[in-house]
Design a protein around this ligand. Structure first.
Ligand SMILES: [Zn+2]
Length: 263
């Protein structure tokens, strides 16, 4: 693997973690999600509260109180992801950080002896988003050129270029953290049987999810299935986008004893 590829993969994983972090924080406060309907459709279905997403990504889990988390698996995963990214930032800072104490770009280590709890957590107190952005800056060798001062002289840069062995360690750590997060949210690549028959033919439905893509569902019956949706490359009826919402509505109508033909 080239150096550039490793940087690209690690940065992509960090961005996925940042994008999905609010989802994880919401998941902690909700009972574990059912296979059906897929979590990714929660926005469209109106059960997601967007204002919560804004609030969600501030304080780190280590500084939060969770009086009654509804999803302990999500809480455990969140704490593990935080720990991996925070520890990684510590490791990178210990090697490449030269910034002086007043520089806001500096990553500060936890200080267990400090009196106030925010200082005792160092930069961890700024939360996971900050840590991901900080690690990304080191992966991209930001702020590693000498900096011109007001008096025209040059000062040593706040960070050194990341050595290759640390890049590979960082890539490995962030990909493990990303995989844990996506798996917890059910957003990793998987094919899951839908616990209800196809409303149009009684066939077996399957839900397909891939990280970063919209979920899809298929009916195993094939062209004989009467659903008015296209066929996929394997000849199965395929629901995606708005069609998937139609399928969700048809399945919930079935729970009340209706079929698409009697609606
Ligand atoms: Zn069908």
């Amino acid at each position: 693997m080239t150096y550039a590829t490793a940087v690209h993969e690690a940065v992509a994983a960090l961005r996925t973690i940042r994008e999905q972090w609010a989802e994880l924080l919401l998941a902690i406060e909700e009972p574990p999600a059912d296979v059906w309907p897929p979590r990714q459709l929660a926005h469209t279905m109106g059960v997601r509260h967007d204002e919560q997403l804004v609030v969600a990504d501030q304080a780190p889990l280590v500084l939060r109180e969770h009086p009654a988390p509804l999803n302990l698996t999500a809480l455990d995963a969140g704490r593990a992801v935080e720990r991996m990214i925070f520890d990684l930032a510590d490791t990178l800072a210990a090697t490449v950080q030269r910034a002086d104490r007043s520089d806001p770009r500096r990553w500060t280590f936890p200080d267990p002896g400090a009196v106030d709890s925010r200082r005792s957590h160092g930069s961890r107190a700024h939360g996971l988003h900050f840590a991901c952005v900080w690690v990304e800056g080191r992966l991209l060798d930001e702020d590693t050129a000498p900096e011109k001062q007001l008096d025209g002289t040059f000062a040593a840069p706040p960070f050194e270029v990341l050595p290759p062995h640390l890049l590979h360690e960082a890539r490995r750590a962030v990909r493990i953290a990303e995989a844990r997060l996506l798996r917890t949210l059910g957003l990793d690549q998987r094919h899951t049987p839908v616990p209800a028959p196809c409303p149009w033919c009684g066939g077996e439905l399957e839900l397909h999810t891939v990280a970063g893509e919209s979920p899809r569902a298929t009916c195993a019956t094939g062209v004989q299935c009467l659903a008015q949706v296209p066929l996929d490359e394997r000849g199965r009826r395929l629901w995606e986008g708005d069609d998937l919402l139609t399928l969700i509505n048809a399945l919930s109508a079935m729970e009340y004893g209706h079929t698409p033909f009697s609606a």
